[in-house]
Write a protein that binds this ligand. Structure first.
Ligand SMILES: *[C@@H]1O[C@H](CO)[C@@H](O)[C@H](O)[C@H]1NC(C)=O
Ligand SMILES: *[C@@H]1O[C@H](CO)[C@@H](O)[C@H](O)[C@H]1NC(C)=O
Ligand SMILES: *[C@@H]1O[C@H](CO)[C@@H](O)[C@H](O)[C@H]1NC(C)=O
Ligand SMILES: *[C@@H]1O[C@H](CO)[C@@H](O)[C@H](O)[C@H]1NC(C)=O
Ligand SMILES: CC(=O)N[C@H]1CO[C@H](CO)[C@@H](O)[C@@H]1O
Ligand SMILES: [Ca+2]
Ligand SMILES: [Ca+2]
Length: 446
């Protein structure tokens, strides 16, 4: 059955009847990010060089020959920045330093040089929405010091209850579940965190924030980085009326009010101002590209529906935003029991709706999704790998998919991902991202 599905893919691709591929009247030479395999590395688990049980930069460097063997053109590193690891590197306490668990700045330079020697590009994750609560900026903000006073989203309580406890400003829920507001005793205000409490949200209404973050991006550009993948960009701006969000009429039946998926995030997600700020990041990259003719690329992570809204993240010719927003359609719309028609539907819709002059992109997984072999079947891995490489446009793959790695079986006791921990022992498997981050080798054979 599974083999039949693989066969269907290839038939659909080869007969060219079912899929209407776009025509390109004046083909341009392709840029590296359009042509090559973009390979996402999760530094914590790719390769441990010193036996402390955590992957590191030296470990990644030791695998460059493997990247070359499988035809990788660029390596995207999930965050390696200094972090207390409450959200495993997506909570950053210094945007211009490497966390000691991954190595040193020297290790970074060594990796960067080694990649360049082999002709590979280096893409860094960049997390514009929030910092760690241990960042010095947050401490200064707590103490209302100078320009940092309004660096984060602070709100007064609605009042105090009978026991004298502060009442939440509104019903906003964090992506990992539970209120998105955390009380701070020192400042006597709540701060917003769209992810864990250790990830206070930046206040992008304050132009100083963007200025500091552009400076952080420049730091890495000056070290020769070729591009960035910007994390969770639709969370950057919040509606300044701070109104309660409504229930989602199409919420999953098993969801409960403390789940993020229970609500429609109309005041905290995908506000138009986001793209204005992103255009500023893009401008910085374009300045570097123009200065030496070496193209710097910006990819953004935006889980946005429908496609018409997602495509706004390409921007326009006059005001470009991302080189591409990730195409999560295979993740969102192709389920375990998929058939060839489902696949063709996704491909056709993308090409039909994508505004002219842009580049498509294809991916099936990342560090937030189950492994292909586990989400579908081991026999589907090769088919998906072929599919995303054959389709016109860029492609991104998560490390290990080239050898069909499966999810690891992680017990509740071993669960460390905040999305799993927050859900509790009965529901953690619905939410935890540990299985795809500590993946084991699949036992499938061709
Ligand atoms: C980040 O780390 C670097 C290197 O240790 C240091 O020079 C810089 O001051 C730090 N920046 C912040 C904002 O803490
Ligand atoms: C936070 O700021 C306060 C007040 O400026 C200072 O006394 C304290 O040492 C700072 N803490 C950290 C961890 O930087
Ligand atoms: C393919 O699956 C979809 C549901 O995912 C279903 O609606 C459709 O009828 C199926 N098509 C074929 C040809 O089996
Ligand atoms: C996963 O681990 C649990 C407990 O360690 C075990 O009961 C279960 O059978 C395992 N599942 C798989 C698919 O290996
Ligand atoms: C796909 C991806 O990178 N998702 C990240 C989105 O942002 C949150 C918070 O920074 C991370 O936890 C996710 O891993
Ligand atoms: Ca290590
Ligand atoms: Ca935000």
């Amino acid at each position: 059955m599974a083999h039949f599905r693989v066969f269907t893919f290839l038939l659909l691709l080869s007969n060219g009847l079912a899929i209407k591929l776009p025509e390109n009247p004046n083909p341009q030479p392709l840029a590296w990010w359009q042509e090559d395999i973009i390979y996402q590395v999760y530094p914590r688990s790719l390769m441990d060089s010193d036996g402390d049980g955590v992957g590191d930069l030296k470990g990644i460097e030791s695998k460059i020959d493997h990247f070359v063997d499988i035809g990788v053109g660029s390596v995207w590193l999930s965050p390696i920045y200094e972090s207390p690891m409450k959200d495993f590197g997506y909570d950053i306490s210094n945007f211009t330093n490497v966390d000691p668990i991954f190595g040193t700045m020297e290790d970074f330079t060594s990796l960067s040089n080694a990649l360049k020697e082999k002709g590979l590009k280096l893409v860094m994750d960049f997390v514009p929405n929030h910092s760690s609560d241990l960042h010095v900026w947050f401490n200064k903000s707590i103490h209302r010091e100078g320009k940092y006073e309004d660096f984060y989203v602070w709100r007064d309580p609605k009042g105090f209850d009978d026991q004298g406890n502060p009442i939440l400003p509104n019903n906003w829920i964090s992506s990992f579940g539970g209120s998105a507001w955390e009380w701070n005793e020192v400042r006597q205000q709540f701060y917003l965190h769209q992810f864990v409490a250790g990830q206070p949200d930046f206040n992008y209404e304050n132009p100083e924030v963007l200025k500091e973050m552009l400076a952080a991006m420049k730091f890495w550009l000056d070290l020769g980085v070729d591009g960035f993948r910007l994390d969770t960009v639709p969370s950057m701006f919040e509606d300044q009326r701070f109104l309660d969000e409504p229930e989602d009429p199409n919420r999953p039946p098993e969801s409960i009010p403390s789940d993020h998926g229970y609500w429609l995030h109309i005041y905290t997600y995908d506000l138009p101002a986001t793209r204005e700020a992103l255009a500023e990041y893009r401008k910085l990259l374009d300045i570097y590209s123009l200065s030496d003719g070496r193209e710097r690329c910006m990819m953004v992570e935006a889980y946005v529906n429908p496609l018409e809204k997602l495509f706004l993240y390409y921007g326009t010719k006059e005001k470009p935003v991302a080189h591409f927003p990730f195409n999560f359609e295979f993740i969102k719309r192709v389920t375990r029991n998929f058939n060839g028609t489902d696949i063709v539907g996704v491909i056709d819709e993308w090409f039909e709706k994508m505004p002219e002059g842009n580049t498509a992109n294809w991916l099936v997984g990342n560090h937030d999704q189950w492994r292909i072999a586990s989400r579908f079947t081991p026999e589907d891995v090769d088919a998906f790998n072929m599919l995303i490489m054959l389709l016109p446009g860029s492609m991104v793959t998560y490390y290990g998919e080239e050898i069909g790695m499966t999810n690891a079986n992680i017990s509740w006791e071993d669960t460390v991902d905040p999305a799993g921990c927050q859900a509790g022992p009965d529901r953690y498997q619905l939410f935890s991202r540990d299985p795809e981050r500590y993946a084991l080798l699949s036992n499938f054979s061709n």
